[in-house]
Design a protein around this ligand. Structure first.
Ligand code: C2E
Ligand code: MG
Ligand code: MG
Length: 710
């Protein structure tokens, strides 16, 4: 049985057929044997019946023949009796022979006692008949014919009749015994039929059991295998079909397992490729989130904190525009290599669809919150230092700078969705850093409440304009060579009744996205004109530069409105300057150039702000009706410390000068920077070193002090 449950389908079927065939053979042999036995028993009964009958008849007939011959003897002369005696002897011999046969049968122990008794009676009657017969013969030989005749018809005939009766009884007893024998035979037939029937039923049952065992042994594993195949087909490639006792099904299961493993491998490779950024080999966002979440739980078990850094390459657009997209791609590969080399381990890296590189990096123990506060900026600046080494493209070396937004685990986001939160917050920090023009920034929870209240900010802004909550501050601009005050840039501030002082970075982008910026611009322009009118009345020189947004350049009424305002106040248009950012100009397309030309036509001067961060070509710049280039702060930053930066700054200043424009450097913070700027030939300087933005009264009292360059 165990063999049946453990072997192959072929072996099971062969064994089962063998067992069934053997059973059929045994059945046939037993059946034939019983049939043979029965027919022999039946033949015996019939033979005994006919033989017994024949012997009795032979005794009877020969006894009668002998009696008839007595009549012949009585009637024949002595010499004529010879043939009669011969006939009598022959009859007696046949009679004896039959008697001997009966006697032999009577000796059989199994013979019924009735038959034996009847035979003994026959023997006795025969002896009696024979003695009477002999007496009769004696009378004949003595020629006593009459006595012989009397004897014959009397004694002898009577003895013969008794013998005949005894023979009839014997025959009856014999028949009786044979009937009993035949009953035995039919009982035997019944028993044999039962045996054969039993064997038939037993084979049938055995056949059924074998069929059930084989079916169960094959169908069950097949069903299991089919279910397993179904699970694999449904995408559970890790599922394995368990081995079973049926060899063929086992082989099938093994093949399916191999297939599932191969599909799983290929699927994993496909998913990996789909989840990997081809350029940097860093994870795309979904995988980054998944692997980051795993790393977070590992770190939190060790009681450690982590930083999610979002790194954006500054001035990527000019790099792509000037050196080609391959240069930008190569830069990302270089940055990825540098980052992987210097990042603390274990770390997870990713690249977002927007291009920013992200990294989840371990910090120290969670115990002291202040640790992360100190460690995060240190790690950020060490990463920046490592990444901001110059890069090279086809022999040309160029500067690299990255802005970093950071969020710290668990302070800035924890729980099962921590990675999603941290990523969003690090990204927000990165954008805020760009907006505020700082190199790196950590996420600040107060931003959330600021964002939540953006809606109310919209109505607040309307109110701010109506209730004069806006303030104009002025940042002095001086002549680089002489240090003389030339004028100021007007910058907006918002003294919010609830939120307190708000920097333009907090509401200008919002005002731009809601269209409210046009009102701010007109408010700032009116305020500047009012100041200029006052200066004019006092006989003070100087101009004011007002920042205008791209949306203002789509405002075709602006030139006429501005001309009317200037005329109304009696201010010379040449004392007003308008600053438009380079990136804003590039994003706006063709239309702005016409509005700029119209503005210039009324006599105001125009400056391109934050120059160097956009991607305008020299050819495009030449067509713009502008007077001044304001080189972006990022080019001034650390210019004294890195010769390469100085070369870049120099080339930007040269571009401005070659176009006949006044070149202003923004964000001058140190005497060293001032010295470099002077050397490079910047015309105008602006920055905290000269002065922070001042309110109107402070500006009126401000005097340029002697600036000593380092
Ligand atoms: P911007 O036009 O490039 O203005 C210069 C910004 O650099 C000002 O920041 C100024 O305070 C800051 N700054 C000046 N010198 C230094 C320095 O030495 N070091 C550093 N780190 N920063 C310096 P502010 O006032 O926060 O303005 C930021 C930006 O907001 C401005 O950049 C301008 O794009 C925008 N903005 C400000 N006021 C207005 C406005 O009235 N209208 C429009 N449309 N935009 C404005
Ligand atoms: Mg400006
Ligand atoms: Mg600027």
């Amino acid at each position: 049985m165990m063999f049946l449950l453990r072997s192959s389908i072929g072996a099971r079927l062969r064994l089962s057929y063998l067992v069934l065939l053997s059973l059929v053979l045994v059945l046939a042999a037993v059946g034939l044997n019983r049939l043979d036995h029965l027919s022999r028993a039946l033949k015996d009964v019939v033979a005994e019946m006919t033989q017994g009958q024949a012997r009795v008849e032979s005794i009877n007939a020969n006894a009668e023949v002998a009696a008839r011959k007595l009549l012949v003897l009585i009637g024949a002369p002595r010499e004529g009796r010879v043939s009669a005696y011969a006939a009598i002897d022959a009859a007696n011999e046949r009679l004896d022979e039959a008697m001997r046969a009966l006697a032999a049968r009577s000796a059989d122990d199994e013979l019924a006692p009735d038959v034996k008794a009847a035979f003994a009676d026959v023997e006795q009657r025969l002896a009696d008949y024979r003695s009477r017969y002999a007496a009769n013969v004696d009378l004949i030989e003595a020629n006593n014919v009459d006595a012989a005749r009397r004897q014959l018809s009397g004694d002898t005939e009577a003895a013969l009749a008794r013998l005949t009766e005894a023979l009839a009884r014997y025959s009856g007893a014999e028949q009786h015994a044979l009937v009993a024998r035949s009953q035995d035979v039919s009982a035997l037939a019944v028993r044999d039929r039962q045996i054969v029937l039993g064997l038939c039923i037993a084979s049938l049952l055995l056949g059924l059991v074998l069929a059930a065992l084989i079916t169960r042994g094959i169908v069950q594993p097949l069903e299991q295998t089919q279910q397993g195949a179904g699970r694999i087909a449904a995408g559970h490639y890790e599922h394995r079909i368990t081995p079973c006792a049926v060899k063929e099904v086992d082989q099938l299961g093994e093949s399916l397992n191999q297939l599932a493993a191969a599909v799983a491998d290929r699927e994993a490779a496909r998913v990996h490729a789909a989840e990997t950024d081809a350029l940097t080999q860093f994870a795309r966002q979904p995988r980054f989130l998944r692997e980051g979440q795993a790393l977070l739980s590992q770190l939190s078990h060790q009681g450690r904190q982590a930083m999610l850094a979002c790194l954006d390459v500054d001035r990527l657009k000019p790099i792509n525009a000037l050196l080609g997209f391959e240069a930008g791609d190569a830069l990302f590969q270089t940055l990825a290599q540098r980052l992987s080399a210097v990042a603390p381990t274990p770390a997870v890296f990713g690249r977002l669809s927007g291009g920013a590189i992200v990294a989840l990096l371990p910090l120290g123990a969670q115990a002291a919150e202040s640790d992360a506060d100190a460690e995060q900026p240190a790690l950020t600046s060490s990463l920046q230092q490592a990444l901001e080494l110059p890069a090279e493209w086809r022999g040309q070396s160029f500067d690299v700078s990255v802005t970093v937004g950071a969020a710290v685990y668990p302070a800035d986001g924890a729980g099962p969705q921590a990675m999603g939160l941290l990523l969003r917050r690090a990204e927000a920090a990165m954008y805020a850093a760009k907006r505020l023009k700082v190199r790196s920034l950590r996420y600040d929870p107060t931003w959330e409440s600021a964002r939540a209240s953006h809606l109310s900010l919209l109505s607040d802004l309307r109110q701010a304009l109506a209730e004069n909550q806006l303030v104009q501050v002025l940042q002095p601009k001086i002549d680089a060579a002489s240090g003389a005050l030339l004028g100021a840039e007007a910058l907006v501030r918002w003294q919010h009744p609830q939120r307190g002082f708000m920097s333009p970075a907090e509401f200008i982008p919002f005002a731009e996205s809601t269209g409210r910026i046009r009102d701010i611009t007109r408010w700032m322009l009116r305020r500047a004109i009012t100041n200029l009118a006052a200066w004019q009345a006092e006989g003070r020189p100087g101009y004011i530069g007002v920042n205008i947004s791209t949306l203002d350049l789509a405002d075709a009424d602006l030139p006429a409105w501005l001309a009317a305002e200037l005329a109304k106040a009696g201010v010379a248009p040449g004392r007003l300057q308008l600053e438009v950012t380079e990136s804003g100009l590039m994003a706006a397309g063709r239309g702005p150039v016409e509005v700029m030309a119209a503005l210039r036509a009324i006599g105001v001067s125009l400056a391109i702000d934050d120059f160097g961060t956009g991607q305008s070509s020299l050819a495009y710049l030449q067509k713009l009706p502008v007077d001044e280039l304001k080189v972006d702060r990022s080019f001034v930053d650390r210019v004294d410390r890195e010769p390469r930066r100085q070369a870049l700054l120099q080339s930007i200043i040269d571009v401005g000068r070659s176009l006949g424009l006044t070149v202003t450097a923004e964000g001058v913070e140190t005497p060293e920077e001032l010295a470099v700027l002077r050397r490079c030939g910047a015309d105008v300087l602006q920055g905290f070193l000269i002065s922070r933005p001042l309110d109107e009264a402070a500006y009126a009292a401000w005097q340029p002090r002697a600036l000593e360059a380092a």
